[in-house]
Ligand binder design. Structure first.
Ligand SMILES: Cc1cc2nc3c(=O)[nH]c(=O)nc-3n(C[C@H](O)[C@H](O)[C@H](O)COP(=O)(O)O)c2cc1C
Length: 194
């Protein structure tokens, strides 16, 4: 190797080491939607689950279905009566589902069917059981006509120290064709890029 070649290879090797070091020490650029997101939902007959999966498909968020220790009856009239009593009594059913690492999430989507114009009691239990202060809570509700009802004000009461973003109501009968609405809503509230 002559002196010129040696000098050139030394310079390029040093540049490589310097650039590598630079790349390793620079923090990753943080796009506005790089928050860690979790979707928490309860679904009795499957509609809310469909929307939860659509949110997951668009955001890549982690997902967690809330289940109760004692499952709700599948018979419609029976669950309607039971839900009425539970909501009137502000009853909070015990949850089978435990979320270990909720502290690591910045944004929590909270999904529920509209039951008697509000969130289903398992979601009330969830909101009361975890410290969501400082987090962003994003409601989504499936319904058969009452849209969000008073869900948002009830969520605000139970997650008083969270920022609540505009929620999405979806009619139960339309959940399978709601992906475009879900994506548009996520763009509108700034959780996915335009
Ligand atoms: C106990 C109970 C109460 C309900 N109350 C309402 C209501 O007040 N307003 C409404 O629009 N839909 C009501 N519905 C309809 C559900 O909100 C709707 O079917 C929803 O999409 C079900 O979601 P899921 O399949 O995830 O359980 C009620 C359903 C049940 C089972």
């Amino acid at each position: 190797m002559n002196r010129k070649t040696f000098l050139l290879s030394t310079v390029s090797a040093s540049a490589f080491v310097l650039l590598r070091g630079y790349a390793q020490t620079q923090p990753n650029p943080k796009p506005s939607n790089s928050s860690k997101m979790l979707i928490v939902y309860f679904s009795h007959s499957g509609n809310t689950r469909v929307i939860a999966e659509q949110i997951k498909a668009t955001t890549g968020a982690d997902i967690c279905e809330i289940q109760t220790v004692t499952p709700y009856p599948s018979d419609y009239q029976t669950v309607v009566k039971q839900a009425r009593k539970e909501i009137d009594a502000k009853y909070k059913p015990e949850l089978k589902t435990k979320i270990e690492n909720i502290g690591s999430y910045d944004v929590i989507f909270v999904g529920s069917p509209n039951w008697w114009a509000t969130i289903a009691p398992p979601i009330a239990t969830f909101l009361s059981s975890y410290d969501l202060s400082g987090k962003t809570v994003v409601p989504f509700i499936t319904h058969e006509g009452s849209r969000m009802g008073r869900s948002v004000s009830d969520i605000k009461e139970l997650a008083a120290k969270s920022t609540i973003l505009n929620g999405l109501p979806v009619r139960g009968g339309s959940v399978k064709s709601a992906q475009n609405d879900v994506s548009a809503w996520l763009r509108q509230i700034g959780l996915v890029k335009q």
